[in-house]
Each structure stands twice: as structure tokens, then as C-alpha cells.
Design a protein around this ligand. Structure first.
Ligand code: SF4
Ligand code: SF4
Length: 167
């Protein structure tokens, strides 16, 4: 009798599953999906690389600069990289559309390079990374971020000291 009740109820209610990919699927709130990376906001601190337990993130020094690489198929979506990133350069989206053929796995990786530049203060070769905002008061303005990006670490410190910023 119980079985019949359940059978009729389910028949009236219809299927609980979605016939994906033939119908659109919903995304749960707080879904932890594909990692996004904003090169312009990256300080090159490598904190994300250190906290990534499966080794999905790797930085390499190349002749062009510091190369960021993130392997989609190694990521376990733990969110640690986002949690420890001081600038929100790395974040988790709710995009879960990541199924792909094995041959496409290299195309799925994120590869971006923070380039070397000549410091506009002293001419020394340096990385054009974003400045680290942690502990800087008052906070950086967008103009200061761009100014700091073009300076080497020593000139960055000097520029901050000249305007009375504690860092
Ligand atoms: S979400 Fe976790 S596993 Fe994925 S890249 Fe970030 S730290 Fe690594
Ligand atoms: S700024 Fe964020 S994305 Fe860049 S190296 Fe540091 S933790 Fe990683």
C-alpha cells in the first residue's frame, strides 16, 4: 500500500532529476567551481601556490617574467587559494562546466605571465606585479597601484615612505 502511495505521488510530481544536457541545469548557491585569475591584481607572492595541496598552481621563472599556471584537472576546489590571496587576484567562480576530452586538458590550463620591466625609479629589472595592499594605510588609490607596479621593491618602499604610508 505504501509503495502504491509513493508510486502515485512520484508519478504526479514528475522526475526529480534534470535531463541535462538536453535541458538547462541550475547552479547551487555557493557552488565552488572553476578558478579565475586576474593577472593585473597578482602580487606574485605565491601564497596560493603554497596552500594548494594537490599542486594545481605553479609559478615558474621564465625569461619573460613570472609565469602563473593553474591546472584545472588537478584542482579539488577547496578554495584555499582564494582565501589566502591578499588581492582577490584568484577567486572561485560558480562555473562547473568543465567536462572535456583528455586531449583538451592543456587548453584548459590557465597560463599568464607577470612580465619583467625596467623600474621607472632606478632602471633595475623588476616584475610588474601589483603591490601588496596588506597593512597599507591609507589604502592604495588606483593611480598608486599603477605607480607601484612600475617600481622595483626598493623604489616602492621609498615612494610609500615619501607620502607617509606605513607598510
Ligand atoms: S581551489 Fe584548492 S586545489 Fe584548486 S587551485 Fe585553489 S588551492 Fe588549489
Ligand atoms: S596575489 Fe594572489 S594569485 Fe597572486 S601569487 Fe599571491 S596569492 Fe597567488
Amino acid at each position: 500500500m505504501n509503495f502504491l502511495k509513493i508510486f502515485v505521488r512520484n508519478l504526479v510530481k514528475g522526475p526529480s532529476t534534470i535531463p541535462f544536457p538536453f535541458a538547462p541545469a541550475w547552479t547551487p548557491e555557493r557552488m565552488r567551481g572553476r578558478i579565475q585569475f586576474k593577472l593585473q591584481s597578482c602580487t606574485g607572492c605565491r601564497a596560493c601556490e603554497q596552500v594548494c595541496a594537490p599542486g594545481a598552481i605553479r609559478f615558474d621563472k621564465t625569461p619573460e617574467g613570472l609565469r602563473f599556471m593553474r591546472w584545472h584537472n588537478t584542482c579539488v576546489f577547496c578554495g584555499m587559494c582564494e582565501f589566502y590571496c591578499p588581492t582577490d587576484a584568484i577567486s572561485q567562480s560558480d562555473d562547473w562546466h568543465m567536462a572535456h576530452a583528455v586531449g583538451e586538458k592543456y587548453g584548459m590550463a590557465i597560463r599568464e605571465v607577470i612580465p619583467y620591466i625596467a623600474c621607472t625609479g632606478c632602471g633595475m629589472k623588476t616584475l610588474a606585479s601589483a603591490p601588496n595592499p596588506v597593512g597599507v594605510a591609507p589604502p592604495f588609490t588606483p593611480e598608486e597601484i599603477e605607480q607601484q607596479r612600475n617600481l622595483c621593491p626598493a623604489c616602492r618602499k621609498k615612494a610609500l615612505a615619501e607620502r607617509g604610508v606605513q607598510s
